[in-house]
Design a protein. Structure first.
Length: 297
């Protein structure tokens, strides 16, 4: 399991770090030790095992890495049941690390953006269950009653033969206990959503650049600070449009050209682009040129 998590993004992490090394732009002091962890997707057991094996936490599960900088490069949620546990652990380590001279940097990935903007296609049932409390059933019933007219109109628009009882059953099936609480927490003003919007999408640590997706030539007109501000603003606005930085295939959350051949078609869960026709487009920059441009702005 640990190997699976590392293998998915370690190539990109290492590649971006190597490209950032030796760039003309002045860099901050190089930390004694940097640990980077990629996509966790709700797998808390693997996350904790990595932390322990890397010496980030001790047997009491407290920060034990001194001045180490831990970078989590995004995609904590979806596909696994324990995203909330991972988030709470990251938040705890963010508080504990500075007391020992260390730091925890958590980046925004495309799956964080998807959850904040309401794209829940990849949410694991266990992620909803993690938000349940003793009032979840009561809250679900009250929400249905308060919105019954709109809910029935929606389902009748799909199938006019449905009875009120059938519609209620469908809505309850689509809204398991904890889902309402999950959506509330991940909203821009929710406890998780606020934390996500405060996290950067791109970070430079020493002479290494970290980003969940990549840095494309199209985005080299922006400074890293501007990209981070634009991501935060888009999260707070829940901007899920095709031109949003959160969903742009050439944006920092989705771009894969720093690892894959840029001539390949961008594919995956989503991500869109309105790039120019090939015959009118300028020759693409090399991978090193793209990163150098960002670091020089």
């Amino acid at each position: 399991m640990i190997n699976r998590i590392f293998s998915r993004w370690i190539a990109g992490i290492v590649f971006m770090a190597l490209l950032a090394t030796g760039c003309a732009t002045a860099q901050t002091a190089v930390p004694a030790r940097i640990i980077a962890i990629g996509d966790l997707h709700g797998d808390y057991d693997a996350f904790e095992a990595i932390l322990f094996d890397a010496g980030i936490i001790d047997n009491r599960k407290r920060w034990s890495a001194g001045e180490t900088i831990l970078v989590q490069t995004g995609d904590v949620p979806d596909r696994g049941p324990d995203s909330l546990r991972i988030i709470k652990k990251l938040q705890d380590l963010q508080k504990r690390a500075p007391r020992n001279g260390g730091q925890v940097i958590t980046l925004v990935g495309n799956h964080e953006a998807m959850n904040v903007t309401g794209d829940l296609r990849y949410v694991h049932p266990g992620e909803y269950e993690a938000f349940t409390d003793r009032k979840s059933e009561q809250r679900r019933e009250a929400t249905y009653l308060a919105n019954r007219e709109a809910i029935e109109a929606f389902y009748l628009g799909q199938d006019s033969s449905l009875s009120s009882t059938a519609i209620k059953m469908k809505w309850f099936e689509a809204t398991p206990p904890g889902k309402l609480e999950h959506q509330r927490a991940w909203a821009p003003d929710g406890e998780v959503g606020q934390w996500i919007a405060q996290n950067p999408a791109v970070a430079i640590v020493g002479n290494s650049l970290f980003v969940h997706g990549g840095i494309s030539a199209q985005y080299t007109v922006h400074t890293i600070a501007t990209m981070n501000m634009n991501v935060s603003d888009a999260l707070n606005a829940r901007n899920a449009g095709p031109t949003s930085i959160l969903y742009d295939a050439f944006g920092p959350l989705w771009y894969r050209g720093n690892v894959y051949d840029q001539s390949q078609t961008v594919s995956g869960e989503t991500g869109t682009s309105d790039s120019a026709d090939e015959e009118n487009a300028a020759a693409p920059l090399s991978q090193r040129e793209e990163v150098d441009l960002v670091l020089s702005t």
